[in-house]
Write a protein that binds this ligand. Structure first.
Ligand SMILES: [Fe+2]
Length: 459
């Protein structure tokens, strides 16, 4: 082991939006249920938050930056629009004043499938420039800095047993001769907040290697949550450090566990912290000094909020925890203080017109909106006439429809002048075997058309 030192930054999903590239979505002609909200929100963040994030990271003067995919919003009106959006994003990232590497996300375009010119014309050359080579010809690569190995993978083109799978096996087999090994790709290896929201074959392939050849840390994005967790892989503990620079700096960060069931088996996981997407825009600053590594989680305008440290081969220790307040485990406020009530839910393929009917403590209170992508930002407003039904213990029933779906993450949210107060969160229900190959997972199987019953508690 040498005394090499190194400092780099990892930033997650950026979703840069070029307004004229999304005229279709912005005029209401959308391709998906969340597209209008996504483009509108990310346009606002592009203008009002991203420049500040880039300036803040540049002020740290890192040796280099790695962005873990979804550089742009993508899915633009046409090919030229997509190229324009990616070109502008690359110009913006020059403000980091450091070499930038990328792990591709699905919004960036997929070589061999769609919108590949965005990648070939802008991303591959940008990575090549940072590597000091010509443009890359593929999205997975390695580089070495100060005795550490950096492995960057491209899940957008990953297929079981393809060239990249071989590259992963060969690269891990050689990784033992480096002081540290840092791994990067877009999707999580472990779903913490959004069930199944990753690439099964990619995950299995990478974890099989990581079990034999330990990795210092895995960095990813994709869900836009900010999560720091340790996971048992073989005989080792692997930190999975997830981030996104998307988020509203002025909003109180929302604890992930306040609004989502935390999915992995606790026996194989150590949970540092987690915050829901849209809050706490942040990034990682990693400092390597010899065999020691320090990972600092920065939040825009709030400095370093969390930290973990480790030595190569040892389990990481959380040395600083964020101090943001929780919104659950509190009593139901008096009726006079309630300003709004809603039921948050997440799901996939819950698309029956008019939605799934919901009862609260025995009374029909309306229908859920269409739920897709396990998005956590969907909810139904509960009208004031139903607020007197609320208790500290609440029975919720949801009549599901005969379509292959997963639904859950139900949480009652009560708004007061002092902010939100939330109930406990439910697990998930699935009426299909679509995800059975994942094995043990906190999803209760139900038959088609069943009424799902959950109990949500305050206090
Ligand atoms: Fe994303």
């Amino acid at each position: 082991m040498n005394n090499h030192s190194l400092r780099f930054v990892v930033m997650g999903d950026l979703h840069y939006v070029q307004e004229q590239s999304h005229r279709e979505a912005l005029s209401g002609r959308v391709k998906g249920v969340t597209e209008f909200a996504d483009v509108t929100r990310n346009l606002w963040l592009t203008r009002n938050v991203t420049p500040e994030v880039i300036a803040a990271i540049a002020s740290l003067k890192p040796d280099f930056v790695i962005q873990t995919g979804d550089i742009i919003q993508g899915h633009c009106d046409d090919e030229e629009s997509g190229l324009r959006e990616m070109k502008e994003a690359m110009e913006l990232l020059e403000g980091l004043k450091a070499p930038v590497f990328f792990a591709l996300g699905t919004h960036d375009g997929v070589v061999g499938k769609r919108e590949e010119r965005q990648v070939k014309q802008f991303v591959y050359p940008a990575i090549g420039k940072s590597l000091g080579t010509g443009p890359l010809t593929k999205g997975y690569y390695t580089f070495e800095k100060s005795g550490s190995l950096f492995i960057v993978l491209d899940y957008t083109t990953f297929v079981k047993h393809n060239d990249q799978a071989e590259f992963i096996r060969d690269t891990f087999a050689e990784s033992g001769r480096y002081d540290h090994v840092f791994l990067f790709a877009h999707p999580p290896l472990f779903c913490v907040g959004r069930p199944f929201f990753t690439h099964f074959d990619f995950v299995q392939t990478v974890l099989a290697q990581a079990a034999d050849y330990p990795v210092d840390a895995y960095f990813c994005g994709h869900t836009h949550n900010q999560i720091s967790t340790l996971h048992k892989v073989g005989e080792h503990w692997l930190p999975q450090l997830k981030s996104s620079v998307l988020g509203y700096p002025d909003r109180p960060p929302v604890h992930l566990s306040d609004v989502r069931a935390v999915l992995p088996d606790p026996a194989g996981m150590e949970y540092g912290w987690g915050y829901l997407e849209d809050s706490a825009p942040g990034w990682w600053e990693i400092t390597v000094r010899g065999e020691r590594v320090q990972a600092d989680w920065h939040v825009l305008r709030q400095g370093v909020q969390g930290q973990l440290c480790w030595s190569r081969g040892e389990k990481a220790v959380f040395t600083k925890m964020p101090a943001f307040g929780k919104t659950s485990g509190l009593p139901l406020p008096p009726a006079s203080e309630i300003r709004g009530v809603r039921l948050r839910a997440a799901g996939s393929n819950c698309k029956t017109p008019n939605g799934y009917r919901v009862t609260l403590n025995g009374r029909d209170i309306g229908a859920l909106p269409r739920l897709e992508y396990f998005d956590s930002r969907q909810f139904m407003e509960i009208e004031p006439e139903f607020w007197p039904l609320l208790n500290n213990e609440n029975a919720i029933s949801v009549t599901t429809e005969a379509e292959p779906m997963c639904i859950g993450g139900f949480v009652l949210e009560v708004e007061t002048a002092g902010g939100w107060i939330r109930s406990t969160v439910s697990d998930y229900f699935a009426n299909t075997g679509k995800w059975d190959h994942w094995g043990k997972h906190p999803v209760e199987k139900i038959s088609e058309g069943t009424t799902a019953q959950v109990h949500l508690r305050f206090v």
